[in-house]
Design a protein around this ligand. Structure first.
Ligand code: FEO
Ligand code: CA
Ligand code: CA
Ligand code: CA
Length: 574
């Protein structure tokens, strides 16, 4: 998976269509040529009924692991609203990023590590706010992660009922910090409380050494203040405290009350990438602080030509940045010496220049632009957004997922930005309601070349319309799976498109139900099975849809996973 490309000339031999893509910074002209990679019959643009899933005729799906599914045989059956005790033993809500880790050689049994990003109080609890400890804990237990063992028997996937791997991780699960911020005063509280919990787990990553990365995104919304406080400039940059109270945790749990001096640094404990070993339920999740603190969308791991781990990460907020971490040494050597490749290395932020050029700017103490302000690496990492601005990063249109293609081309969704008034080369639309997909390749000397793979406004009025791209998965053949989260043509539901990155052809594989996002996606290694998540169907309102239950107008809709296969057993996406 080497993606340290020497110079642009090297690209000519790698991917037929890539030369044109990288020749400038304007949008790729989508040729709409016949795709060799994508042969299915696309779902028509206006086919969805909003109540159920629409899928291409060559494909089929089943639902798996809806919110509230008992994780083990002795866990309570689903009932709405869930009790706190039940929810801690059931699949969480807000299905988002996930990774399939195979356990059997035939790919029919594996672990599904899943993020549970968030759920609104009305959806989880049936009330506007958490009103007592029981409701507080129910909402805290509903998010975080599930580790599920799943298997296919007789053509259907299900949870293995007595798996030794089954595990829930939530807001009150013990964690540890590693890397430069571990043990630092910036994450210490007077209360001397242990490090607990992960939340707002959005997109994900997987390491070449077999672990799962879960990414903490909009953590600020779960904090509040029981009296008016004057936030520091750093807190304000991270949206702390939020301008509105959505959850009311801070009234019931002092950890989330920013006005409580005993927990003054609790919010610095969130906004990290967390590593989980899905095969070892006894090891605590580890917050890998060298990867910086921001509203992490995902963490996509590759390897450069020197064998170092490279992690690409988006910070999903208007005018925030794209980051890259590179391990100090080849990851295999660090692992052999008992070191985590994610604890020692350099964090960079992207500066997209004109004419398809770019530069990775180091967020280090020896960067002269940071030297006057920062004296400790831990301070740079906790306040990565502030350091990145000083370094000269390019403000982007909400960076979401990143995926690495077979020729080392890196794709990143920039979902939209209603507030952009000043365009820049990478973010050319002002305002930007539909978003774009930018693509780059790393080169020597901390440089990269880039272009736009897709500017969604260019196709928004066409049959292949999509807007607000979010989830991404590049497969080894050159297909790019694109999930959407936002406004679609004439209020159609969110959808999953497949792009042929050689011809530029876009094809609609499936369309969700009203109110949902199509979020995380992962495949079995044989690529015959795609798992894709449906988040907040109907926004929790049963009058919109009862999905995945048959529509009855009263049953609460539940987040779930779709298991998508070709009817002929072929490669998914073909
Ligand atoms: Fe959780 Fe930016 O999506
Ligand atoms: Ca997302
Ligand atoms: Ca989104
Ligand atoms: Ca979202």
């Amino acid at each position: 998976m080497s993606h340290l490309i020497n110079r642009r000339g090297v690209l000519k031999g790698t991917l037929a269509g890539a030369v044109a893509y990288l020749s400038g910074c304007t949008s790729t002209p989508l040729t709409q040529g016949a795709s060799k990679l994508v042969g299915f019959t696309p779902v028509p643009r206006e086919a969805a009924d909003g109540k159920s899933i629409s899928i291409a005729p060559e494909y089929q799906y089943q639902t798996l692991a809806p919110w509230g599914t008992p994780l083990t045989a002795d866990a309570p059956a689903w009932q709405w609203p869930p009790s706190a005790a039940a929810q801690a033993q059931q699949v969480g809500i807000g299905h988002d990023g996930m990774t399939y880790f195979p356990l059997s050689a035939d790919d029919r049994r594996g672990l599904l590590a899943m993020n549970h990003e968030y759920g609104s109080n009305p959806h989880i609890l049936g009330t506007r706010w958490a009103e007592d400890q029981e409701q507080l804990l129910a909402s805290q237990h509903a998010i975080g992660n599930s580790i599920m063992e799943i298997q296919e028997t007789g053509g259907r996937w299900s949870l293995v009922p007595d798996s030794r791997y089954a595990r829930r991780i939530h807001v009150n699960t013990p964690m540890v910090f590693a890397g430069p911020v571990a043990g630092h005063a910036l994450i210490a509280n007077k209360a001397n409380n242990p490090v607990l919990g992960t939340m707002n787990n959005c997109a994900n990553g997987q390491t070449p050494w077999g672990t799962y990365l879960t990414c903490e995104e909009n953590f600020n919304f779960l904090f509040g203040a029981t009296r008016e406080i004057e936030p520091t400039a750093a807190q304000a940059r991270y949206g702390l405290p939020p301008s509105r109270n959505f959850y009311n945790w801070h009234d019931l749990d002092p950890r989330f009350d920013m006005a409580n001096p005993d927990y003054a640094n609790e919010s610095n404990r969130f906004g990290w990438v967390v590593e989980i070993d899905p095969r070892d339920p006894d090891t605590p999740p580890v917050k890998r602080s060298a990867l910086g603190r921001f509203k992490h969308e995902g963490a996509t791991v590759g390897e450069d030509s020197a064998g170092r781990a490279v992690v690409y990460m988006g910070d999903d907020q208007q005018f925030e940045f794209v980051y890259r971490f590179v391990s100090r040494e080849p990851w295999r050597e660090m692992r052999k010496r008992g070191l985590s490749p994610l604890d020692e290395g350099t964090l960079y932020v992207a500066q997209f220049e004109a004419e398809g050029k770019g530069l990775w700017l180091p967020l280090t103490l020896d960067n002269p632009r940071l030297a006057g302000t920062f004296t400790e690496t831990a301070d740079i990492l906790v306040h990565a957004r502030l350091a990145a601005t000083l370094a000269g990063a390019t403000p982007m249109d909400r960076p979401e997922w990143v995926s690495i293609g077979p020729a080392g081309d890196v794709y990143c969704t920039l979902t939209n930005n209603s507030r952009r008034s000043a365009p820049n080369p990478a973010n050319p639309s002002a305002p930007n309601p539909h978003g774009q997909i930018v693509r780059w390749r790393d080169e020597e000397d901390e440089r990269f070349s880039w272009d736009h793979f897709l500017i969604c406004a260019d196709v928004y009025e066409t049959e292949n319309s999509l807007g607000s791209p979010d989830g991404l998965l590049a497969d080894p053949d050159g297909r790019l799976f694109i999930c959407t989260d936002g406004a679609q043509f004439e209020d159609q539901p969110n959808q999953l498109m497949v792009a042929d990155t050689v011809t530029g052809q876009l094809s609609r594989l499936l369309v969700g139900v009203q109110g949902c996002e199509i979020t995380g996606l992962t495949m079995t290694p044989d690529r015959r099975t795609l798992f894709v998540n449906v988040q907040h169907p109907g926004n929790g309102d049963p009058r919109v849809t009862s999905f995945p239950a048959p529509d009855d107008g009263t049953t609460i809709p539940r987040d779930c996973t779709l298991v998508v296969t070709r009817r002929d057993g072929g490669i998914v996406g073909s």
